[in-house]
Structures are given as C-alpha cells and as structure tokens.
Design a protein around this ligand. Structure first.
Ligand SMILES: [Fe+2]
Ligand SMILES: [Fe+2]
Length: 344
C-alpha cells in the first residue's frame, strides 16, 4: 500500500532532533518544532552588516590620548578573543553540529546562524581596519595570550571527536558527546565566554566611548541572545526526545564542564583587567561570571551552584536575563531592522 508522503502524524513522529530518518531532513513542513522556525524568523528580522556602523568617533578617540593603557588593553583583548572565537563557533556549527541535527527546521536555523557568525567575524575585521590596528596582532591573539588560548582549547577539545567521519549519535555515549559539544558551544562559549566581553565593551559604550564598537557589540549580543536561546531549546528538546541520555553521571559531568569554564572565564577577566578601569574590576567580573553561569545551569535543568547577586546593576538594563526572556517572547515585527536598534 502506498504511503502518504505528507501524512501529518507520521511526519511529525519522524521529525527528530537527532537520529531521525535521512529523508525528513529535507522536509521543512509540517513544522514539529515551532521554536526553531521562530528563532529563524527573529534572526532574519535582525539582519545587519558591520559596515553600516559609523566608526569616525572611535577612530578619533583611538588616535587621541584620551584612552588609558588599561582601557586599550581591555578593548584589544576582547577584539582578539572574539575575532577568532566567532570563526570557531561558525566552523563547529558547520563541521560538527549540522550533520547530526536531523530536523529540517533546526537545520534552517543553523544555516541562518552560520551566516551570522560570518557577519560577526567580518565585524571584527571591520573594526581592525577602521582603527588601523595590526591585523596579525588581533587575529593571532588566540595563539599568544594564554587566557584566550585556554578558552579556545577548552572548546576545541569538545569538537575533535565529532570531526571523525565515522562519528554518529546512534549510540548513547556518542550522543552524550554530541550534547557536550552543544553545551560547550551554545551554553558555555556563546552563553558564558562571550558575556564578560559584552559587559566590558558595553561599559565603554555606557561612558560614551568607542560607541561604534559598542554598537557592533550590541548587534552581536542581540544575535547571540537568539543563538543561546536556540541552543537551550535544542539541548532541552534532545533531552525530551532521549531521556535516557540525561543520567546523574552525565549531569555531574556537565556541571564540572561549566565549573571549569567559569574558572577559565574568571582568569580571562583578570588578564583583561589587571588593574581595573572606571567601574570595572576583575573581582566584580568573577562574580558576574558566576552569576550568569547559574542562570545558564538553570535553563538546562541543572541547579545553580554559585548564588552570586548580579554585580552590575547598569548592565542588567541592557543584557540581563529577563531581557533575554523578552527576546524569546518578542514578536518579530518589534525589531525589524538594524536601523532601529532599541533595547526597551
Ligand atoms: Fe557570533
Ligand atoms: Fe553565535
């Protein structure tokens, strides 16, 4: 008997996040995971390009003597970290994640996200060119600066197994390795490692300094908020589809990964802020990193461990977690284009 290729019930059953049949990967409709499509539409509604952002005031300030050496160090470290971290995320997405996600609406989102990561790498090159910085210095910092190198090495360690052409998520142990990678990139890289950089750069923007870079970071932050939300929905969706993967041992292992990442990020904050600058000091960043790590743990169903209050009240107006929640709930039409970047 011929089967109905568009039998809603069968298709929806077949559409799995991982380990689904190869054929349904090409069938977008009917949607099973509407959240994936919503994230895709939100990403498209945020379209922006780096060279739309005017950089004249940044160039003038950078050439002046009005920035201290400590301020220049914070800016340079963050340019150096993000310039390669964005490519690391993009490559992991395309080479390690994409192949193993068998749901068409999630793949549609991943294609959009991959483009956005390319835009972010472009943004760092645009900043380097605008300020007349040494490209080599910025784009090789991940080799030369131990605090950056350790964060990147932590991430790359979570990619290696997946690059083996024979890797498959069919067996539970490998499916857990795949979850390690998703948590390592979406929750840790985009959800923890990026956020102290956002906070440091946005603190300049708040003081009306380096506002072009600040605006680029606000656009990147807006994209990354959706990346993080998609990643959390994906991880929690895989958990619902495969409850046997989420064992107490696996939970302990994830907690350890996140605790290790928190230490790396705190070391990075001390490296960026050896003396501190106006309103920004490394010990406060250590508290901030622990605070956001707890929020990330909670969103993947794990208990908070640090119980730190938010140390930067000003920052919560821009990027706190209730705002992320608003993003998730906000209708697409409320942020239509880069020309209307508004946080409230
Ligand atoms: Fe990015
Ligand atoms: Fe991202």
């Amino acid at each position: 008997m011929a089967t109905d290729a568009f039998n809603q019930k069968d298709i929806l059953e077949e559409k799995r996040l991982i380990n689904g049949p190869a054929v349904s990967v090409n069938q977008l409709m009917p949607l099973k995971y509407r959240w994936a499509w919503e994230h895709y539409l939100n990403g498209c509604a945020n379209h922006w390009m780096p060279n739309e952002v005017p950089m004249a005031s940044d160039i003038e300030l950078w050439r002046s003597n009005r920035l201290s050496e400590a301020e220049r160090l914070v800016i340079m470290r963050n340019l150096g970290f993000f310039a390669t971290a964005e490519s690391l995320v993009g490559n992991n997405l395309v080479l390690a994640i994409f192949k193993h996600i068998t749901n068409a609406e999630c793949r549609q989102y991943l294609l959009r996200q991959a483009f956005e990561e390319a835009v972010h790498t472009h943004a760092f090159l645009y900043i380097v060119e605008s300020l007349g910085l040494d490209e080599r210095e910025v784009f090789t910092m991940y080799h030369r600066i131990p605090a950056i190198q350790r964060k990147d090495a932590f991430e790359m360690k979570l990619t290696y197994a997946l690059l083996d052409p024979t890797f498959s998520t069919a067996e539970p142990e490998q499916a857990q390795q795949f979850l390690d990678n998703l948590i390592g990139y979406y929750v840790i890289m985009e959800g923890i490692f990026f956020y102290s950089g956002f906070a440091m750069i946005l603190s300049f923007h708040r003081r009306n300094l380096m506002t072009g870079i600040g605006q680029q970071f606000q656009y990147i932050l807006r994209d990354e908020t959706i990346h993080l939300n998609f990643g959390i929905d994906l991880i929690n969706g895989i958990k619902v589809e495969n409850p046997d993967l989420w064992t107490p041992e696996f939970e302990r292992h994830i907690m350890e990964l996140i605790e290790e990442a928190v230490e790396l990020e705190i070391a990075y904050a001390y490296d960026c802020l050896p003396e501190g600058i106006a309103g920004l000091h490394a010990p406060a960043f250590a508290r901030y990193v622990r605070h956001i790590a707890d929020r990330r743990l909670e969103r993947i169903g794990l208990p908070a461990v640090y119980h730190e209050p938010h140390p930067f009240p000003w920052l919560s107006e821009t990027i706190d977690l209730s705002k992320e929640k608003n993003f998730f709930e906000t209708r697409v039409t409320e942020y239509r284009s880069a020309a209307t970047l508004e946080w409230d």
